[in-house]
Ligand binder design. Structure first.
Ligand code: NDP
Length: 289
């Protein structure tokens, strides 16, 4: 048989953990598939359309898309899933049987899958989302789709939180949503939430001292705190949450699950999630887990 290829469109892509994660999965299942980095520089002229058409022309089965091309690929695709359209970003492309290109976003489902993996059911929860960037849009979509009771989005630039909420409220009219300013509105929003999700870059390497919180605000044992940041594994936010007795969860599992869901989209085969998790840990230099 012919080796099947999937790739990662982004810039830069050389340090991504996705190639080792997917190649470990293919190897574990004895599949003749390879996952390859496909660097597409941002320097003009923008070649993103050529890159997307190349996925089809070169006979690839699909691709992941990462920073900074997740929005730019959209005009070059034939069809979007509801999730990709509402989120306004594509992280997974699948080449269909007829050669058309489907754009999906597996970050939303990956986030919810990892929450459930940790025993946290988002349905019925009152959620506080910190941040209003690309990952926040996927998280809000996933939570609203999963039936959370209500959603508050706080952001340093409140206009971005308002725009995010306006777009998502239109997609999910039955889930009450509110937007506000971070950190001014944090004390009240924190008290009212039973699930708090950090979608800011605060706390991410190398800015590990960053804290999307106020040290004077306590956490409670009935709260769950999910930090999308996975490097370092234990952010200041998670340490603070755990000290207050809250259920603290780091973002590594979301990274694994968004990949696992993409794997299934391309191959039609159930993903070996533990193998993928071990490969990510090894690639991050945390082979001991
Ligand atoms: P974006 O750049 O799109 O958004 C960054 C967000 O952080 C914005 O809301 C921004 O606010 C806020 N922010 C940045 N600096 C500060 C600051 N000093 N004070 C307050 N707010 C700040 O990033 P993404 O949404 O793509 O990613 C966010 C994080 O999530 C990253 O750490 C990323 O690694 C992680 N991530 C993890 C995934 C996983 O699978 N675990 C998947 C995707 C992302 P403002 O609008 O005011 O600039």
């Amino acid at each position: 048989g012919k080796t099947q290829i999937v790739g990662l469109i982004g810039w830069p892509v050389s340090h991504s953990v996705s190639p080792p994660m997917h190649n470990a999965a293919f190897a574990a299942l004895g599949m003749d598939w390879r996952y390859v980095p496909l660097p597409v520089p941002v320097t003009p002229p923008a070649r993103i359309g050529e890159a997307v058409r190349g996925v089809r022309a070169l006979g690839l089965r699909g691709a992941n898309v990462t920073v900074p091309h997740k929005q730019a690929v959209i005009p070059h695709l034939d069809r979007l899933t509801d999730a990709a359209a509402a989120i306004g970003a594509v992280n997974t492309i699948r080449v269909e049987e007829d050669g058309s290109l489907l754009g999906d976003n597996t970050d939303a489902r990956g986030f919810v899958a990892d929450l459930r993996d940790h025993g946290v059911e988002p349905g019925g929860r009152r959620v506080l989302v910190l941040g209003a960037g690309g990952s926040a849009r996927a998280v809000v979509y996933g939570l609203a789709e999963a039936g959370c009771a209500r959603l508050t989005v706080l952001n340093r630039t409140p206009e971005k939180a308002q725009a995010l909420v306006a777009a998502m409220q239109a997609a999910f009219p039955r889930c009450p949503m509110a937007a506000g300013a971070f950190p001014a509105e944090l004390p009240q929003a924190a008290e009212d939430a039973d699930l708090i999700v950090n979608c800011t870059t605060l706390g991410m390497t190398p800015h590990v001292e960053g804290l999307p919180w106020d040290e004077a605000l306590p956490f409670r044992p009935d709260q769950a705190v999910y930090d999308l940041v996975y490097n370092p594994p234990e952010t200041r936010l998670l340490g603070h949450a755990r000290a207050g007795g809250a259920h603290a969860i780091g973002g590594l599992g979301m990274l694994v699950w968004q990949g696992a869901i993409a794997f299934e989209l391309w191959t039609g085969t159930a993903p070996p999630v533990p193998v993928m998790r071990q490969a990510v840990l090894a690639a991050l230099g945390r082979a001991d887990g």
